[in-house]
Design a binder for this molecule. Structure first.
Ligand code: SAM
Length: 214
């Protein structure tokens, strides 16, 4: 997922300007990531027959394992704000796996409490306000629903790929992601911040959100 960082915190126009021209061939740059996505989906364990959202689905790399998890009776939505990303997903036939939706995850066109599980790969660092964005995911998720925040590469390896050091302010850092999730209505249940991948699993907390900020 190289090229994953330059839009950090920018508005939607910047996200589209960055990802639009990169959509064609985006996932061909990372042809070996499939098993990592499948393992992350297994860890999320979406319910068979449930309603599952791939938030910021991009070209839809996670849609095949997500469809396998929810089965033919499940409802699977792949949502992204960059039209070219969804266009590439369609060209790969992934419109048969999921309903593809052009929308902003910070303003989901979904009813409150309507989703059982959310898979979010490569999204969090693009949210201008992570508490608001993750809070909107929480709003759409039923009580005790689940969230996976995933990258198919460790944070340190990704930073090194960009010639950077890990930033203490990185929202994905262990203490920050726990606090950010708590402020957004989630409870961090599991974190793999290792060299191979980043995977945070969270459960929807019932009741009012924590007042702490990220
Ligand atoms: C690094 S790519 C990851 C795509 C895909 N999840 C994957 O793992 O291959 C980030 C994606 O996030 C999308 N994105 C960023 N901000 C978004 C937002 N607010 N709403 C919806 N999609 C967003 C971009 O359009 C882009 O497709």
């Amino acid at each position: 997922m190289a090229g994953d960082e330059p839009t950090e915190g920018r508005p939607i126009a910047g996200t589209r300007a960055f990802f639009g021209p990169r959509a064609a061939g985006w996932e061909d740059r990372f042809p070996d990531d499939g098993p990592a996505y499948a393992a992350a989906v297994r860890a999320l364990d979406p319910p068979s027959g449930g309603v599952v959202l791939d938030a910021a689905c991009g070209t839809g790399r996670a849609l095949e394992p997500l469809r396998a998890a929810v089965g033919p009776a499940g409802v699977l939505l792949g949502l992204d704000v960059t039209p070219e990303m969804l266009g590439d997903a369609l060209s790969r036939g992934r419109g048969t796996l999921a309903t593809l939706v052009l929308a902003d995850v910070t303003r989901l066109p979904l009813a409150t409490g309507s989703v059982d599980a959310i898979f979010a790969a490569g999204l969090v660092s693009h949210l201008a306000d992570p508490v608001q964005g993750l809070g909107e995911l929480a709003r759409a998720t039923r009580a005790a629903g689940r969230l996976a925040i995933f990258h198919p590469i460790g944070r340190a390896a990704l930073a090194a790929r960009h010639g950077r050091q890990l930033e203490p302010s990185d929202v994905r850092a262990p203490d920050r992601i726990a606090a950010t999730l708590a402020a957004a209505g989630w409870r961090l249940d599991y974190l793999d911040d290792g060299p191979q991948r980043y995977l945070a699993l969270a459960g929807r907390v019932a009741g009012p959100r924590s007042s702490s900020s990220s």
